[in-house]
Design a protein around this ligand. Structure first.
Ligand code: GAL
Length: 823
């Protein structure tokens, strides 16, 4: 029996009183067709030949890569028409109820029909939407068919957008008197140690033909599920009425939501008619205070917080744009290990799951709405839909996300071209006002890259927190000229590198013939600069709220510096094919840290909590015997000592020995030895053996790192991030593959082809190696190592538990099998 039919049966068995809103996943048993399909919106269309898929689904990640799909968008087949259809039944008992379908997001330009009747459309692929299916539904045995047509266009994105119904879908059966979609707004207008005022606004819809006496009961549950306060409001609901009810509830001795203790409460809203709860809706929320103090910065629960942030695009690397909870959670965990405390959802509303995860982990989020307004950045961008849809999209984004304690501000746009126009401020004001209308409790922001135009043309003054992209040199001037502003480094650095790749001698270049970028963290496009520069100017301007680096993770598309100066045609980006994904990440597309991860970690984490030191490059320079190799050390300790084969090469103190004036990428001269207060450098004549660094704090050794010259590849190492996964068809184990020599030393240049075999109830969800210029399939059971590493992602089967064995083989290397379990 299919899951939906089991659900249907269960529903029929439940007594009416228990039916206070049923929300179920609608992801199973869809059929998919890539291409146009005449009359596929009709109920009797024959889709039996179409492929069966489970949502979320991204058709483009399946490949194959092709230059015609544009390197800028990942070179993956994301545009064209795609159809999805699903048959389902709804129990007869739901006849007098409301039945809705919700899409968390469909990429792009969704048109939806039920049984041949048009339900509606939603152009913006990043915003979720709900349709009422009730008027056209068949109840009982008779089947229903929902059809979805998507038409993502070529030249419509500056990065890989993904394609398909790539987020979760839901079906809801609810009473004619119910809480509206995203119908609650929980805020905490006053918070002290003793008490918090929790204000709940609830939007109630009564779709019945008759007046109904009912009560709205709101109950607050603490993290253990105990009721800590409630309010009831009598309702006399008129036919067709929509009403907003406001209820303040006081919680004594509230537990505050903070980065170290992300405590979540739940507001339970019930509509009670007679003695039956006819609707029940849960809103997780947090109690916290957030202050922005010009000249000083941001305070969370009274304590100053600097934003150590990352910009993140929405894709999940080799898994594509298809939402996956564990893959998103892993991204956040890796970022937190780097010292990140905030995420900017560049440049669009994120998945609902991302915010759930950030609430749970204690990450702060800037939610961004748009990458353009009316002026186009690409020929078929959102600007085509902006006039008609921006207000709906922005309001919906805020209604959806305003209860998340992790959300600290709304960004109304990134690098909006209207900055350069005399009346661009009008749209900024309009969007700012929409934000305030939906959420007066949070501040607005935007990422401005034109300076001083964004200030002169009045846009910066229209938002609460002007964000500046790549303008650290402007911080002190803006702060002096506008002492009443809170400002932000909304996008910073844009340094580029390929994990484990070092080109010697250190040279200045934009593009390299290898299509890889050296990992000395000294390369970036002309508008960009090394992380060190932002560190310096944030250090000199403590009032600036912090920074969001471009980017935390590598992402698909935008392979700068390979291609990419001319924004008007996507074709330009194909010059350096097969370079097809970004080099900007502090970690690569697999989530493996690049050196830059450790540079940020050294600056963003405290030596007391997380003593660390990192050494680069690797120590396999056999072809450069005796030649000087630049060696860098990133540490959060004050001092470090380098050793080559046991012999000390001296100690260096961070920021004291030879600190050089920090310059930008575009005025960096070759030959500059690039020692900054944030990195230590030695030049070491190569001699095979062990290069080791020891970091010292207060004279005590607190961390070490080393590289040994590796011999020929001989074996493999497999490490699962989680050897045990849940058998739900969604949970993932990420297995890191490293190539080792016979003595177990990591081979940093290995490129061996590795084949994977699985036994047990699981499949390979994806493979990758972090090489931004590889055209190997993300879905084949084989991958070449890149800089000695590869990744294989294992997904368990839904409802099938058992032992799983992963075997990796590679010609000339010892094969290896590791056990995993799906439970
Ligand atoms: C910024 C832009 C980002 C990305 C970045 C690359 O100007 O906002 O989306 O393109 O440049 O450096």
């Amino acid at each position: 029996m299919t899951p939906l039919r089991i659900f249907t049966l269960l529903l029929m068995l439940l007594p009416m009183a228990m039916q206070a809103r049923d929300r179920q996943s609608f992801n199973a048993e869809w059929r998919f067709h890539k291409g146009e399909a005449e009359t596929a919106e009709k109920a009797d269309f024959d889709d039996s030949e179409w492929r069966e898929v489970t949502l979320p689904h991204d058709w483009a990640i399946e490949g194959p890569f092709d230059v015609k799909y544009n390197a800028r968008c990942g070179g993956l087949p994301f545009h064209g028409t795609g159809w999805y259809r699903k048959s389902f039944t709804v129990p007869a008992s739901a006849k007098d109820q409301k039945v809705t379908v919700e899409f968390d997001g469909a990429m792009y330009n969704a048109h939806v029909w039920l049984n041949g009747h048009f339900l509606g459309s939603r152009p913006f692929g990043y915003m979720g939407f709900e349709f009422d299916m009730t008027p056209y539904l068949n109840f009982g045995e008779e089947e229903n068919v929902i059809s979805v047509r998507l038409t993502p266009e070529d030249l419509s994105s500056r990065w890989y957008p993904g394609a398909g119904i790539y987020r979760n879908t839901w079906i809801e059966i609810k009473d004619e008197s119910h809480i509206d979609h995203w119908g609650t707004f929980v805020s905490t207008p006053s918070v002290s140690k003793e008490s918090a005022e929790v204000n709940i606004e609830t939007k109630i819809v009564h779709d019945g033909d008759e007046t109904r006496e009912a009560t709205l009961k709101s109950t607050l549950l603490d993290p253990s599920g105990k009721s800590v306060g409630e309010a009831t409001t009598p309702l006399n609901l008129l036919p067709g009425e929509t009403r907003v009810v406001t209820q303040p509830i006081y919680v004594s001795s509230p537990q505050l939501w903070g980065m170290k203790s992300p405590v979540l409460y739940t507001a339970v809203s019930e509509i009670i008619s007679g003695d039956t709860a006819v609707d029940r809706y849960e809103t997780p929320f947090g109690i916290r205070t957030l202050e922005f103090i010009p000249g000083e910065g941001m305070r969370l629960n009274g304590e100053k917080v600097r934003l150590n942030g990352v910009c993140m695009h929405h894709d999940l690397g080799a898994l594509g744009a298809a939402v996956n909870y564990r893959a998103t959670e892993r991204q956040m965990e890796i970022m937190m290990e780097m010292g990140v405390n905030s995420i900017r959802t560049s440049h669009n509303p994120p998945s609902p799951e991302l915010l759930q995860i950030c609430d749970r982990l204690g990450l702060l989020v800037q939610v961004e709405a748009f990458d353009c307004w009316q002026m186009a950045k690409v020929p078929n961008g959102y600007n085509k839909f902006f006039d008609e849809w921006h207000e709906r999209d922005l309001r919906d984004m805020i209604r959806r996300d305003r209860n998340h304690p992790s959300v600290i501000m709304w960004s109304i746009g990134n690098e909006i071209l209207e900055q350069g126009t005399k009346d661009g401020w009008k749209m900024a004001r309009h969007l700012h006002r929409i934000c305030k209308d939906e959420d007066p409790t949070r501040l607005t922001s935007a990422g401005f890259n034109y300076y001083p135009a964004s200030v002169k043309n009045g846009l910066a003054a229209e938002v609460d927190i002007p964000g500046f992209n790549y303008k650290p040199l402007a911080y002190s001037t803006v702060s002096k000229e506008h002492p009443d502003w809170n400002i932000l480094g909304s996008e910073t650095s844009s340094c580029t590198s390929s994990r484990g790749v070092y080109h010697l001698p250190i040279e200045k270049y934009e593009k390299h013939e290898s299509l890889q970028v050296t990992s000395y963290d000294l390369i970036g496009p002309p508008w960009a600069y090394p992380p060190d520069i932002e560190f310096r100017f944030l250090g000199e301007n403590p009032n600036v709220l912090g920074e969001y680096i471009w980017t935390g993770f590598d992402y698909l598309g935008e392979p700068t510096p390979h291609g990419g100066k001319d924004n008007s045609t996507n074709g330009y980006w194909n010059e350096d094919w097969p370079s097809r994904s970004s080099y900007f990440g502090a970690v690569d597309l697999c989530g493996f840290p690049k050196d830059r991860f450790f540079l940020y970690q050294s600056h963003w984490t405290d030596v007391k909590d997380n003593p660390m030191v990192h050494l680069l490059p690797h120590w396999n320079w056999e072809d450069r015997a005796g030649q000087e190799i630049p060696v860098y050390v990133y540490t959060n300790a004050e001092e470090a000592e380098l050793f080559l084969n046991g012999k000390s090469l001296g100690r260096k103190v961070k920021g004291k020995d030879k600190p050089k004036q920090i310059v930008a990428f575009n005025n960096w001269e070759e030959g500059n030895d690039w020692e900054t207060p944030y990195r230590l450098r030695w030049d070491v004549p190569f001699e095979a053996g062990e290069l080791k660094v020891i970091a010292y704090q207060d004279g005590k050794a607190i961390a070490e790192d080393s590289h040994k010259t590796a011999g020929a590849p001989a074996k493999l190492e497999l490490t699962a991030d989680r050897p045990e996964i849940t058998a739900d068809g969604k949970d993932l184990s990420f297995v890191t593959v490293r190539v080792l020599d016979k003595d177990g030393n990591f081979c940093p240049n290995a490129t061996n082809q590795i084949d994977f075999k699985l036994e047990g109830p699981a499949s390979i969800a994806a493979v990758d190696n972090g090489n931004a210029a590889s055209l190997e399939s993300f879905q084949a059971p084989t991958r070449k190592a890149f800089s000695g590493m590869a990744l294989v992602v294992i997904r368990g089967e839904d409802g099938k538990s058992g032992e799983i064995k992963l075997t990796a083989t590679s010609e000339g290397l010892e094969p290896l099998t590791i056990p995993l379990v799906s439970k």
